[in-house]
Design a protein around this ligand. Structure first.
Ligand SMILES: NC(=O)C1=CN([C@@H]2O[C@H](COP(=O)(O)OP(=O)(O)OC[C@H]3O[C@@H](n4cnc5c(N)ncnc54)[C@H](OP(=O)(O)O)[C@@H]3O)[C@@H](O)[C@H]2O)C=CC1
Ligand SMILES: CCCCCCCCCCCCCCCC(=O)[C@@H](N)CO
Length: 308
């Protein structure tokens, strides 16, 4: 009962029908699935990415599948001015989904510093650029309509646990956690909710590309969490955003991982808060078992490399 009183912020329903949903990385993978599903649910959808050709293909594909015309904006999220211009042109956003992301897995010792900078610039700074540009009109729109708005950030399970091969990627995704938790404090009085989505490996063009170069150890560790289809991640993400959930896990392992890494994140659901409190200890214990297994994988892998 104490928890029912404590949980903050109280959940609200964030409607998307008839509202402006702006999705970055909407020309491929999870972002494209999100755009398609938001269109089906009657949202006015805008998608942003760099490549105009893939944006056009995405737009045609969504029109074919749903009859809905999405707006497309070609910009690199690393360019704050280009992002500001795109958001100016798109009009006030009710649900901003910062889904864009790049990932080049490699041991840091072997990785180019330029690749590290690239992931941090796109995944972290790109998200700052989007939020900075979207906030003023979003606040005005919430005041005018009285409806809650949402800023959703696409993280990853590698944004909840750092694993071999993902030093820069995990760093960029962990940083987004700090951004999201602080941002929710700053925006709660404006009736703007913040959500983070934590998918496992997901079948997308980006993942297909990544899989070609990902270290075997990373494949083995990431394999601890069963992969998902982009449509399923998108559905889970949209449901969580509409329910103003702060932490949105995508599979069962992700739910356990979210309990093990709940930290002091906001929790609006009394039931989830109860589960977090009851299972914190055992999830930590399970986490230790996963780390025991991962270090065993790493040891055996290096032993094999030495002998070969
Ligand atoms: N696939 C997976 O296994 C998982 C993915 N994620 C996260 O989900 C998100 C989407 O991943 P996924 O669908 O696989 O990615 P894809 O590589 O399939 O698509 C990435 C999208 O982001 C756009 N994008 C990339 N860089 C920029 C940039 N600098 N500026 C603007 N747009 C950009 C791409 O378009 P363009 O290149 O034309 O700019 C494309 O639309 C990422 O944040 C990723 O970290 C999380 C967990 C698992
Ligand atoms: C209580 C303990 C339970 C723990 C079980 C879960 C273990 C998760 C292992 C890490 C998975 C990393 C996936 C990265 C996906 C990704 O982001 C890349 N494909 C690039 O996009």
């Amino acid at each position: 009962a104490a928890l029912a009183f404590l949980v903050r912020p109280h959940p609200v329903h964030v409607p998307i029908k008839g509202r402006h949903v702006f999705i970055t990385g909407g020309s491929s993978g999870i972002g494209l699935a999100l755009a398609r599903q938001a269109a089906v649910e009657g949202a006015r959808v805008s998608i942003l990415a760099r490549g105009a050709a893939r944006l056009q293909e995405a737009r045609d594909g969504i029109r074919l599948a749903t009859g809905v015309e999405v707006a497309t904006f070609s910009a690199d999220v690393r360019d704050a001015d280009a992002v500001a211009k795109a958001l100016e042109a798109s009009g006030p956003v009710d649900v901003l989904v910062c889904n864009h992301g790049v990932f080049s897995p490699q041991e840091l010792d072997k990785q180019d510093l330029e690749e590290v900078r690239f992931m941090v610039e796109v995944n972290l700074m790109g998200t700052f650029h989007l939020i900075k540009a979207a906030l003023p009109p979003m606040k005005r729109n919430v005041k005018a309509t009285g409806l809650p708005a949402s800023i959703a950030i696409m993280s990853s399970q590698a944004g909840q646990v750092g694993i071999y091969g993902y030093t820069a990627y995990s760093a960029s995704k962990f940083a987004l956690r700090g951004l999201a938790e602080a941002l929710q404090h700053e925006l709660i009085s404006d009736n703007i909710r913040v959500s983070m989505i934590f998918p496992p490996d997901t079948e997308t063009p980006g993942y297909a590309e990544e899989h070609r170069r990902r270290p075997d150890v990373t494949n083995l560790i990431a394999g601890s969490s069963p992969g998902m289809k982009a449509d399923d991640v998108a559905k889970t993400a949209l449901d969580g955003i509409k329910s103003s959930r702060f932490i949105i896990p995508c599979n069962f392992e992700g739910s356990m991982l979210s309990i093990a890494t709940a930290g002091l994140s906001p929790q609006g659901s009394y039931f989830t808060a109860l589960v977090e409190v009851l299972f914190a200890g055992s999830m930590r214990f399970l986490g230790l078992i996963f780390q025991w297994n991962w270090f065993r994988i790493i040891e055996r892998w290096h032993a094999r490399m030495k002998n070969s």
